[in-house]
Design a protein around this ligand. Structure first.
Ligand SMILES: Nc1ncnc2c1ncn2[C@@H]1O[C@H](COP(=O)(O)OP(=O)(O)OP(=O)(O)O)[C@@H](O)[C@H]1O
Ligand SMILES: [Mg+2]
Length: 485
């Protein structure tokens, strides 16, 4: 891809982007949120048309008009947004558009067998007839990957394929990617997780503000240099620790139980950042959803500043000053077809309305304040949420919750899909909330992040609290893992 340009109304998504891929290599594409990574991929795979520049595949110019055409051209893609059809089975999704047939009939047996093999390679042991809607987010992500593998592509494009995966699942995926590389398949790998990039990539291309600024072998970058090239400044300490001073108990959870969660009790102080660690499926998200009233609890009580609060729904949680930033922004947070500004305003309307009238001017000025503080990259407050880059969608949700002025702020995987610079800003912000005397709870799968910013870490295992790390400053990742497994 040479000299690719792409404009959207009010935004130059790509100014001069170039990218080349060799057969049999894993080539990472990195850059800040909104740098243009997904747009470049969408142009390559026929989702969008470039305004300038050329694309060649094996030396011949190509220009796909649709993803289906790209797939016939042996280019398979895993997009940042899920594209599976929830009501269909895993098997049907895997072979959608290229169903196997035998003498004119759908060969579902043949499909099942092949599907089973591909899924097993990824370490996913599920019934291939399960509807996709019943799978967890991680399982759905693996099915997306499996679908690309099923298509015998020569080029495999992956836009943040690991964002929803556990370390074990990432390992399994990387083994498969290495095998594919040996078979001569070229892979484009987009991720905000630098550890993964250094582990899997043969080469790295850095995109900044829609322009390619470097392409080198992975061994020619240090972590610091890569960060600097991406964000245009140096970040000395990736995990800034706030000078928190935990005060009185703010939140107390007693004997919480429902579903897999059993007998979870803990306290969190005002001014304290409490981390919750654990493997995928350990019940971390379930616990915070119970506190937030998003699911019904079977037992237990939630106390705020020593007072029992009745929370039966998120609405009641918000009214009591508890907010939750969900891990899955696509299905639980954003209304993609609505303007960014309306997404921001959603739970906050009462704050700005007087006698039933919404104070639009106030809403807008609050929104713009967050856009500046969080460095949300947006061309216009009316821009649809779906047209924001993945990381900027995440920031939009954060802005929304900051505005509710809650006393208990719960983050579930707050840095998923956001770039190193924005992660840094997010940590500062989490610290700032604690310094304001709020209770801050952070659920995360990124152990360095929890160890770097929390005052205390609770570790969950199979729906229960397995232990607690109080001496976070001297704790190691292994200490947390030992409790988690
Ligand atoms: N359909 C669209 N309409 C308007 N603007 C768009 C559209 N698609 C992308 N943009 C804008 O183009 C820029 C590049 O977006 P893109 O999604 O390519 O970024 P990205 O590098 O993938 O970021 P992230 O890491 O957050 O996923 C952003 O400013 C985004 O808001
Ligand atoms: Mg993207």
């Amino acid at each position: 891809m040479a000299g690719i340009k792409k404009n959207f109304p009010g935004v130059i998504a790509l100014a001069h982007a170039s990218f080349d891929l060799k057969a049999g290599e894993v080539h990472a594409l990195v850059g800040e949120n909104g740098a243009g990574k997904s747009t470049l991929i969408k142009i390559l795979t026929g989702v969008q048309k470039q305004d300038g520049g050329t694309i060649e595949l094996y030396g011949s110019p190509i220009s796909f008009d649709s993803p289906q055409e790209a797939q016939r051209g042996q280019l398979a893609t895993i997009y940042q947004e899920f594209t599976l059809i929830p009501a269909l089975s895993v098997r049907a999704n895997l072979f959608l558009g290229r169903e196997k047939s035998r003498s004119g009939f759908l060969d579902s047996k043949g499909e099942s067998a092949q599907a089973g093999i591909i899924l097993a390679r990824l370490g996913l042991h599920i019934d291939v007839e399960t509807p996709v809607a019943e799978l967890t987010i991680a399982q759905q992500q693996l099915v997306e990957i499996a679908r690309a593998l099923a298509s015998d592509a020569k080029v495999l494009v992956m836009d943040e394929p690991t964002a929803a995966l556990t370390p074990t699942e990432v390992k399994a995926l990387f083994v498969v990617l290495r095998e594919l590389a040996e078979q001569g398949i070229g892979m484009i790998f987009i991720s905000h997780r630098l550890n993964e990039i250094f582990e899997i990539a043969d080469r790295i291309t850095v995109l900044r503000d829609g322009t390619t600024i470097a392409t080198r072998a992975t061994s020619e970058f240090t972590r610091q240099q890569l960060i600097e090239l991406m964000v245009g400044r140096s970040i000395e300490d990736e995990y800034p620790r706030a000078m928190t001073k935990p005060q009185a108990t703010g939140l107390e959870v007693r004997n919480l139980g429902a579903g897999i969660v059993r007998d979870v009790s803990f306290t969190a102080h005002r001014g304290e950042i409490v981390g919750i660690a654990g493997l995928m499926g350990a019940g971390r998200t379930e616990v915070v959803r119970l506190i937030f009233g998003a699911d019904n609890r079977e037992s237990g009580a939630v106390l705020l500043d020593g007072k029992n609060v009745m929370i039966g729904s998120p609405r009641e949680a918000i009214a009591n000053g508890i907010c939750l930033l969900t891990e899955d922004r696509k299905t639980q947070g954003l209304i993609l077809r609505a303007a960014a500004r309306d997404n921001f305003a959603l739970p906050n309307l009462t704050t700005w309305s007087r006698l039933g009238f919404i104070n639009k001017a106030k809403e807008l000025s609050r929104f713009q304040k967050h856009v500046v503080n969080l460095k949300i990259r947006i061309s216009d407050p009316e821009q649809l949420a779906e047209n924001l880059s993945g990381g900027n969608q995440q920031k939009l949700l954060v802005a929304r919750w900051l505005e509710t002025n809650s006393q208990v702020v719960i983050f579930d995987e707050p840095t998923r899909g956001i770039d190193v610079g924005a992660k840094f800003e997010m940590y500062l912000l989490i610290g700032e909330l604690a310094l304001q005397g709020k209770v801050v709870i952070v659920v995360s799968s990124e152990l360095p992040e929890l160890l770097g910013i929390c005052d205390r870490i609770l570790v969950m295992r199979r729906g229960q609290l397995a232990g607690e790390i109080t001496d976070v400053r001297s704790a190691k990742q292994e200490d947390v893992m030992a409790l988690a497994v």
